[in-house]
Ligand binder design. Sequence first.
Ligand SMILES: Cc1cc2nc3c(=O)[nH]c(=O)nc-3n(C[C@H](O)[C@H](O)[C@H](O)COP(=O)(O)OP(=O)(O)OC[C@H]3O[C@@H](n4cnc5c(N)ncnc54)[C@H](O)[C@@H]3O)c2cc1C
Length: 447
Amino acid sequence: MKPYAVIGAGPMGLCTVRNLHKYDIPCVGFEIHGDVGGLWDIDSPTSTMYESAHLISSKKMTEFAEFPMAEEVAPFPHHRELRQYFRDYAREFGLYDLYEFNTEVVHCERDGDDWLITTRCNGEEQTRSFGGLLIANGTLHHPNQPPLPGDFAGEVLHSSEYRDPAIFEGRRVLLVGCGNSGADIAVDAVHRAASVDISLRRGYYFLPKFIGGKPTDAVGGKIRLPRFVQQRVSAALSRFMLGRPSQYGLPEPDYRMFESHPVINSLILHHIGHGDIRPQGDIESIDGHTVTFRDGRSGDYDTILMATGYKLHYPFIDSGHLNWQGFAPGLYLNVFHPQYDNLFLMGMVEAAGLGWEGRNEQAELVALYIRQLSFGADSARRFRDIKRERVALRADGGMNYLQLERMAYYVHKDTYLKALRGHTADLRRDLASRDTGQFVSSAGAAR
Ligand SMILES: Cc1cc2nc3c(=O)[nH]c(=O)nc-3n(C[C@H](O)[C@H](O)[C@H](O)COP(=O)(O)OP(=O)(O)OC[C@H]3O[C@@H](n4cnc5c(N)ncnc54)[C@H](O)[C@@H]3O)c2cc1C
């Protein structure tokens, strides 16, 4: 079997290589940085991590099931612990040997049924042929930076460039956007800046990290409720624990809980309540250091930090290969191309609570499919038909997700996992009947 190429050694790339290896599919991983961990390695040139960042989802809801974090690790560990976790994971499963580090994939093109991959390492380019291509280059690297209405005389930064709150020392700071990064960075700025304002275009739901001493997602994840009940219960819980956004001078969300990603941060509300952070509306115009907001209020600032999210970005492959539909490639389960059987977008998926284990399940399905295709198995033929037929089907579980660019590849966790597990079970059953011995048991069997 010809080797498969994997782009990226973040959590997604790592579990992809792990699963390919587990199912005896030859592969080579490529990573720009000199080590594994993806954006969790703050020293990587491609990382968008900042010093104060911790996990937002709790460790039990996020870790790889076959590689749990140590008991003494806090429920929401610091990014440096997570970098170590991925290094340990890569060592445990022998993944380092399967990667070429300091190597960027610069171009991928079709060559008959194969892929020609051009890489660059130390300025030298090399082109090699692979039997398949798995893209795990991450979704949070290419800044979404909408133009500002006017000329700002101070400094403008995107959250991707932000590392350390020292840059705010004595400055009048305006944060734009209040997603999880925006909220974290506003809280960071409070301790250094002369003033901190945050501009919000729409309302957000806020959730605390802990309820009754337990991580909120672990409590919520244990209770199985119909979707609309879960939305109501969580919204009521948020109101009970933290109050309504409007009580803090923030806009109320005009959508239901979980129709956009909630902000898992109660500290920002604490600081708004103490006058350390002042909420502002959408920006109307900018002139020099003065920013005027839609409600007519204005303020003077030295730094504008745009926490306006990211865009999907695949600069190394012709977009015609990715079946783009609007803001994101149109792929079955966000992974499988309707025509190509050897091209997979790994980790182009976001969901409340999916974690790295959800990504690992995705990687296992892909590896099983490749394995079974190589045997010409019936289950692979069935899956090939399904991925073509259902390419436009979104695993949204009936959620009315906001029509935003960053929500274009959002899925409903339970619906998504159910679909993954159904296909995985079918492919695995078929593989077991082949009696290869090596692959038959459940996840984690063949190291
Ligand atoms: C501040 C912050 C907090 C977060 N908190 C959570 C959380 O609590 N829970 C959670 O589940 N998720 C969280 N995330 C989301 C995060 O994206 C995922 O946890 C995870 O890192 C995604 O893994 P990935 O491998 O898909 O991408 P990444 O970690 O981004 O890794 C992609 C890798 O691909 C490499 N690469 C890119 N292009 C090329 C190329 N052309 N050639 C070679 N290599 C390439 C990059 O160098 C990088 O190492 C957070 C993100 C941020 C920024």
